[in-house]
Write a protein that binds this ligand. Sequence first.
Ligand SMILES: *[C@@H]1O[C@H](CO)[C@@H](O)[C@H](O)[C@H]1NC(C)=O
Ligand SMILES: *[C@@H]1O[C@H](CO)[C@@H](O)[C@H](O)[C@H]1NC(C)=O
Length: 189
Amino acid sequence: MTTWTGLLFFLCSILSPALCCDWFSRYSHQSNISLTLIRLMGGPMTDEESPVSFPYKLYRRIRRAEVETQLVFIRESLKQIFELYHYGNLSSVNWDTSKTHHFLQSIHRQKDDVSTCMLSTKTANCRLKNYYRRLAKKTLYRTGFSTASWELIRKVTEQHLDQLDLLANSIRALAAASRRRSGPRPQKD
Ligand SMILES: *[C@@H]1O[C@H](CO)[C@@H](O)[C@H](O)[C@H]1NC(C)=O
Ligand SMILES: *[C@@H]1O[C@H](CO)[C@@H](O)[C@H](O)[C@H]1NC(C)=O
């Protein structure tokens, strides 16, 4: 038993701490709260199209990357989303103030949860940062933080949170599969 635990621990520390760390349940709970709040903090989502197309390509690419890189991607995305709202001028929005505040807190916690088991100090590639910069520039900055531009940002944020949730779930599934592959546990007699 000790040997098995030792071996597993060894593999976890060498291969990928992310696969072994129990970050997921807290993260998943927090992700649910963020998604719920972004839907409830304002009225129905706008039908307007964002001037910056949604970066499905980035998500497709990250799905083929290794787990540590995926976690870095999730963490960086949450940071970028947090900063959009945190440093933006929100005075034109008619969202529920308290829900908006809790939404931001939730995004921050979600970012912390995904960071808990990351040893990596890697930073995300600049495509992701460029995307968020372009998004802010073509919506919020261009219109001086108009109501309509914030509604676009809220809609796009929901899409990102959905995608990040899917990505986290796929990491979770991979971790579960790799635990099963690590072989039959020794039977107690
Ligand atoms: C959050 O979790 C509840 C309970 O499991 C579920 O009914 C709800 O659909 C979830 N909400 C989102 C936005 O995923
Ligand atoms: C925020 O925007 C409003 C108009 O929507 C403006 O009156 C106010 O000065 C802006 N605040 C800052 C800090 O730029």
